[in-house]
Every structure is written in structure tokens, then in C-alpha cells.
Design a protein around this ligand. Structure first.
Ligand SMILES: *Cc1c(COP(=O)(O)O)cnc(C)c1O
Length: 218
């Protein structure tokens, strides 16, 4: 199947309120251009060098999202090029994102990456420390950051029940945080969950932003 057919298939499968981030990491410019020509405008990258190369070469109206783990020292190489960072896993990282965004005079959208999967290798906040952190209201002090919601990656396993539990857990955590801390903040409205193998399940459980790579570019 072609990139065009893959995109058409995915778009017909997902409801219109779900935003599709086409994960273009490791893909050549020509493939991204093909997706762009089909109307896709949101792309996700996970390495800053690749992001900058592609940002420079491809059309200006692409909305780039950063989805990979991000070191503080690299924030300055990412913030100028993206509208959203999905992978915020520490308060120190928020400090640095805000500092760089302030320099640029740019407000940047972020998601808190939550660690739900059983695997130790996955990064992100555990639910308790995230709630504790948000309760301290520190993120409200960041003039150049808009907290949009949560992001997670499910366990890399075949057990649909485990995956469903994890996606349900992120929806519940989102609801709790929304209710207690962001009730009046209209833009706290995003759950980024679901990849090629599990996006339909993620949407069923409440995700409204999916990050799909291999199902588009295979
Ligand atoms: C690579 C990647 C994806 C896309 O994965 P596919 O299985 O290729 O759809 C989504 N999210 C993150 C954080 C990734 O690194």
C-alpha cells in the first residue's frame, strides 16, 4: 500500500475529533512530502538534528511535534521548531523549555509524559508524583508554556487487556487532573496515546491524539 492509501485508511478509521500526528522519524523527505501532498500537516520527530533538517527543507505550514526523550541541553535545538512537546518528564525540563521559549517570545504547548507501562525502560512521571507536582501549581508560573494534557506509551506486549488497562488508566488520570487542577482551563484537553499497533484501542479508551509512524510509512 502507498503512503496515500495508508493515510486514507487511517483517516477513515478514526473519528474526526482525533488528531493524527504522522511520526516521520527516520523517514526521507520524499516520503514526508508525499504525506504532506495528501493534506497531512502534523508530523512528529524524536531527534533534534533530524527535526531541524526536515523543518528547513519542508513547507512552512507543517506543525512539528517533538515526541522523543529530550535532554535539557537540547531544548534550545527543539523549541524554535515545534509547536508541541509530548515528552515532558521533569520539572527541570519545564524550567528550561520556559526559559528558551521566553527568549523566543513564543508560547509552547506541552504534554506531561506519564509512565504507566510495566516496563522499567519507559520514561515519564508516575501518577503520584505528577499529581503532587501539579498540586504544587508550579507549572502555572510558566508564562511561555501551555500545559495541554498527558501523553503515554502502552506496554509493548500482545495482551490486549494490559494495554486496555493502561489506556483506561491514563484517561482516568487525565480526568482527575482536569477536574482538580485545570477545570477552567479550556486548552487542557489532550490525551496523546496510541501508536500503529494500538491506536484504535487508545481512541476507544479516550485518546484524542494518536502518534502513528509505521502504519503510514511502511
Ligand atoms: C516511533 C514512535 C511512535 C510511532 O510508532 P509506530 O509504531 O511506528 O506507529 C509513537 N510515539 C513515539 C514516542 C515514538 O517514538
Amino acid at each position: 500500500m502507498s503512503i496515500k492509501q495508508n493515510l486514507e485508511q487511517i483517516k477513515s478509521d478514526i473519528p474526526s475529533h482525533v488528531k493524527l500526528v504522522a511520526v516521520s522519524k527516520q523517514q526521507p523527505i520524499s516520503s514526508i512530502q508525499q504525506a504532506y501532498d495528501q493534506g497531512q500537516r502534523v508530523f512528529g520527530e524524536n531527534r533534534h538534528k533530524e527535526l531541524i533538517d526536515k523543518h528547513t527543507t519542508l513547507p512552512n505550514d507543517i506543525e512539528w511535534h517533538f515526541i522523543g526523550s529530550l535532554q535539557r541541553s537540547n531544548v534550545k535545538h527543539v523549541v524554535p521548531y515545534v509547536s508541541m512537546i509530548h515528552s515532558v518528564d521533569s520539572d527541570k525540563l519545564l524550567d528550561e523549555i520556559n526559559r528558551i521559549a521566553a527568549k523566543q517570545g513564543k508560547v509552547i504547548d506541552v504534554l506531561f509524559e506519564v509512565h504507566l507501562a510495566q516496563e522499567e525502560t519507559k520514561s515519564g512521571w508516575d501518577s503520584d508524583s505528577l499529581i503532587k507536582y501539579i498540586a504544587s501549581k508550579q507549572d502555572r508560573a510558566y508564562a511561555y508554556i501551555r500545559v495541554r494534557g498527558l501523553m503515554c506509551m502502552a506496554s509493548n506486549c500482545d495482551d490486549q487487556n494490559i494495554i486496555k488497562e493502561e489506556f483506561t488508566a491514563i484517561k482516568e488520570l487525565f480526568n482527575l487532573i482536569k477536574h482538580n487542577y485545570y477545570r477552567d482551563i479550556s486548552w487542557f484537553n489532550t490525551i496523546s496515546a496510541g501508536m500503529s499497533g494500538d491506536y484504535m484501542m487508545a481512541i476507544e479508551c479516550g485518546s484524542n491524539m494518536i502518534r502513528v509512524g509505521s502504519s503510514i510509512f511502511k
